[in-house]
Design a protein around this ligand. Structure first.
Ligand SMILES: [Zn+2]
Length: 74
């Protein structure tokens, strides 16, 4: 299974948005981390599945806490 690449964005209220790049067309979709779940499949507008696995979501959550630490928000 292909793992989509993703990036994390924090807004000024430190809500995390996950930016997921489609492996097929490169289009980036933004999703609130809170709304992501491994059981919920996400589709790119090209029709590709860009869902994150449970492992991917955990990696995203870890990245968010690292970012918050670097902003000194805990
Ligand atoms: Zn796509």
């Amino acid at each position: 299974m292909m793992h989509p690449r993703f990036d994390i964005d924090l807004d000024k209220h430190y809500n995390a948005t996950v930016v997921i790049a489609c492996v097929d067309c490169g289009h980036e979709s933004r999703h609130h981390l809170k709304t992501l779940s491994p059981d919920h499949s996400l589709r790119c507008k090209c029709g590709s599945d860009i869902s994150l696995t449970a492992t991917g979501i955990m990696a995203a959550q870890r990245r968010v806490s690292e970012l918050k630490q670097s902003y000194r928000v805990v």
